[in-house]
Design a protein around this ligand. Sequence first.
Ligand code: MN
Length: 501
Amino acid sequence: MKPLRQFEVWFVAGSQHLYGDRVLGQVADHVEQMARALDASDAIPVRVVAKPVLATPEAIHQLCQEASVAPGCVGLIAWMHTFSPARMWIAGLKALRRPLLHLHTQFNRDLPWADIDMDFMNLNQSAHGDREFGFVLARMGRARKVVAGHWQDPSVQARIGAWARAACGWREAQQLRIARFGDNMRQVAVTEGDKVEAQVRLGVAVDGYGVGDLAERVRDVPEAAVDRLVEEYEERYELVPALRRSGERRGSLREAARIEAGLRDFLEAGRFMAFTDTFEDLDGLAQLPGIAVQRLMADGYGFGAEGDWKTAALVRIVKVMSAGLPGGTSFMEDYTYHLAPGAPRVLGAHMLEVCPSLAAGRPSCEVHPLAIGGRQDPVRLVFTAAPGPGVVVGMLDLGDRLRMVANEVEVVAPQEDLPRLPVARALWAPRPDFRTAVEAWLLTGGPHHTSLTTALGMEPLRDLAEMAGIEFLVIDDDTRLSEFEKELRWNQAYYRLARGV
Ligand code: MN
């Protein structure tokens, strides 16, 4: 079952009337077969729907308009089976408001060496048909992903799948509403940003609320709803004795559940799929939301602490993009280091708010004091993230543009227990090596708040940035600092020029 089956991408072949109806019929037949195969591929998380062969400017324009407003259509895959004079595509491409994938493939994998004749050549000419299409895309400066190779090749399907995931994330961004309880943590720079620019660029809408509005919702939570949540906590987590039925901190657990129920209610009523809070503004809340935030993230909500709406948006979008994949995605913060020679590590955590989708085992539900915030001890889930490859991705506002930075990492098991650490944590080794990764990250101005995902690789994140027209800097095994510094300088010029005057 496709995890994002409520969404579809449309698959179209371009052609022209030069070849006669018999050839256009064959093209249509091939498109049907290919779309069925792509639709059946587990590598592609959305439906793939074949559309009629496009052979006139009018038909192209109409289809591009339809794709742009069809609610379930998240993107268009175009392929020139035959030659399709590309000026026919200009009006359509100008109207197209969905991400575009230029699939450069051909129906047959092998040349029919013994039988090939000019009829075959005229039917299977994407080798130059797609070059004509590529020219007009380049001429128009149209953002797109190009994928080349035979359509049955698993690596081609995987790359189409990565793009389809990005297209779903892009769609989510267009309608994402973020509730910001309180403002930013005072004096903090990187969590700030231009919300108007973010809405223009990404579509995300950030609306502020006084935390009192949330506190009122929390106060109104019926006791029965608290009972139900506490029962669920008992089933799903290992409660420390103090939080159990007759434990001396049972009241804290009930208060945490009340906060969760009120928060859920608030978010659902406002159709918010991401939110932020700040420990500096908790008026009316008994605890800093801990387990509530963790469980909401596990249910797909985006979150950013200290008013960090950019990271909240990123966490939500990455969660949508990684639907159905093994692994997890969380709000994260680079917290402290293990700098032993040979095996340096980053210990990522936060005061409380790490998503249990990353957890290696059954989380423990605990209550501990929090040195900051001046509230009651918050209840939280404590666990260690499961090992595996991951990506740490952050978004920052440089004043004239948004920038995304992503680092490939290897999440590893801690070599020793951390018996006194009262928060959920992830330990990772950044690629290509600690020094290169961290120096590069610092040079980009990359934030301390990020989204850590062990569900999604680099490619869909890159595709998303392309769709959004956002700068995207990758730190991975190919990163060399001297080249990276040049890329930063070139980008500085490029993105300012690309903005226009
Ligand atoms: Mn923080």
